[in-house]
Ligand binder design. Sequence first.
Ligand SMILES: Cc1ncc(C[n+]2csc(CCOP(=O)(O)OP(=O)(O)O)c2C)c(N)n1
Ligand code: SF4
Length: 343
Amino acid sequence: MTDTLSKLTAKDFTSNQEPKWCPGCGDYSVLHQLKNAMADMGLKTEEVVVVSGIGCSSRLPYYVATYGVHGIHGRAMAMASGLKTARPELSVWVGTGDGDALSIGGNHYIHTVRRNLDLNVILFNNEIYGLTKGQYSPTSQLGLKTVTSPNGVVDHPINTVALTLGAGGTFVARVLDRDGKFMRDIFKRAAEHRGTSVVEIYQNCPIYNDGAFGVFTDKDRKDDTSLYLEQGKPLVFGADKNKGIKLDGFTPIIVDLNDASVSEDDLWIHDENDLLKANILARFFDDPDANEDCLPRPFGIFYVEKDRYAYEDALDEQIAQAQSGGEGTLEELLAGPSTWTIK
Ligand SMILES: Cc1ncc(C[n+]2csc(CCOP(=O)(O)OP(=O)(O)O)c2C)c(N)n1
Ligand code: SF4
């Protein structure tokens, strides 16, 4: 068979299960782009595993014609870590929600990120618990009225990008469910990265939290509220690309590019390998509805660390070193000198 004939298409990654998501759910777009990204990368269905927890978004493994595990709420990262450690040759993707990853699974999330196994994490953030019918989640916005916050949420929401960088994340990105092609390209970059890649997706739940990201998607507002990060390019936004960001020391400032005294050369140039700047960008997190002059919300790749080893590589190395003296037997181990006497 020639290479062209053997290359799979998105259709080959489509399972025989009909998605049970509500009409208009942002999850459809993510599924579509994921299948396309896998096909574009020339992956084979038998070398991919999609692991999830529990939630609407965690139904993902059913709809991709690869191996899959629909796991336990909050434990997607733990299961994927075990799998990747045992079978490092597989391409392992984690589908998880904001409740699954950041609430009940928060502990697993932090430690998986810092361990840096070569996993690709797709974090569907709809700022609500969808499957269990609309309780507020750790990313819900202040004041959001839900069945569990009838007077409005008073918990301060988690900033996923800041949390992931803080946990030592080596690939951190954010996209909107509506930005299909952009999302697909970032999935491919995430898969290329050797280490834990986190792609947070702002995903609309039209049933329980409709329009949560409207301020970044409405055509009249998005140009002023969103900032698209491009490697090596200045931070520019606005309908006519007339606004830029420059750094005054460590303080980001919005400048008007129509002002003759401001030049593009003064602007902040995006460098996805600069952790300090990624941390400043992560803090562009104000709500444009509460402060219309706030810094725009960044989308794209915040940070990539190229040099950190993947956990499973280091583990393999240790195992190889331990075995270099020859293979032992269980009997030798049990009867060997490394024993303890308990008195
Ligand atoms: C141990 C455990 N606790 C709680 C639940 C109930 N539960 C199932 S899904 C879910 C929340 C899902 O929210 P999220 O992860 O944001 O996914 P979404 O449905 O919004 O995609 C909860 C609380 C459960 N299944 N198991
Ligand atoms: S409840 Fe919300 S997140 Fe769940 S399938 Fe329906 S629209 Fe999607």
